[in-house]
Write a protein that binds this ligand. Sequence first.
Ligand code: SAM
Length: 372
Amino acid sequence: MTTTATSAEELRHRMVEQLAREGALHSSEWRAAFDAVPRERFVHGFTRRTERGLVTYDQDDPGYLEAVYADDSLNTQYDEHGTATSSSSQPTVMAHMVEALAPASDTLPVLDLGTGPGYNAALLSHRYGSARVVSRDVDPALVSAADDHLAAAGYAPTLSVGDGAEGCPDHAPYGALIATYGTGRIPDAWRAQVARGGNIVAALGYGLISLTIGEHARATGHFLPILAAFMKARTGPDVAPTPARGYAGTLATAEGHTREIELPAKPDERMPSFLGSLAHPDVLDLSMLIEGQTRYGLIHPNTRSWARITPNTDGTARLDHGGPRNLWTERAPLLEAWRAAGGPNADAYRLTVHPDGTHELHLGEQTWPLPS
Ligand SMILES: C[S@@+](CC[C@H](N)C(=O)[O-])C[C@H]1O[C@@H](n2cnc3c(N)ncnc32)[C@H](O)[C@@H]1O
């Protein structure tokens, strides 16, 4: 069969089979939703990362439908610095997240934060009915486009423009909440607006967390087994966080205090990055190749605190740091405990968000407060 003869339905079905085979989709309800919602209605033009680098697709391009149903995130909007500001998230990640949703009741609405092109709002509408879905994005142009996409696909959830950090008070309480942009901490409004017994599924740092709301809006839960790098929260449609690479020059040459340290793990590897993103939601991490040698940089722009780690070959490293916070000393205990526990996966970690908003991370019997 040639690729041009392969219909959208067939490609979609193949994607669903793959998601099920790999364990991302396991319930018949979510399988049916992914099988029914035509992703091509939500992404008319996009950029996708391939082996050949970034490739841009339009509806008329050969390979467009195959790209739509490849299990990839599809970037649909960029800011003037070339940073992606909206996308259709990777189906595997969406599947893991929606499967984790456990609404408190069959009648309360479900809140979807980070509408983007509207594909996830459509999946939720298929599963729960449009009348039970409220979806909000900070960017009015995206909400308007999502409205068109959703209507074309036959769905009509309630859409709202605003900062998802406030939840969406107009339609609360919610049975459950899903947020598909990266947040560093769980905003108080989310816990306040989800009914007791319902849950929040969100991208917290590089982790995906499922938190059940208990008494006094205390939220407890665990991380899902996969990690994902979602685009970070924006506070407005024209505000994009400065990317880490913007600080590479400063970090490569900064001079401060110096000492030798034990390096429990390379900070840019999968699990250390996850733990770093939890410990340091407002610290930017980057890896630099300087004179053929990898160095790791951490920078907290607000306090101008920084750290540069130059690994030696024997498991030690040279630490250079400056500013009021010692970022490495703050982060190292999490990495040391992770290594001492044999390098567990993300789903070994649990999180509590207390009524006062403080966050605690748990691994087995150990607990670490996460700085606010
Ligand atoms: C990865 S996209 C969401 C993908 C989408 N849910 C889908 O159907 O695939 C992230 C979206 O979050 C939005 N966003 C970022 N910060 C936000 C905020 N503070 N409040 C609401 N939406 C936000 C962005 O505008 C972007 O559209």
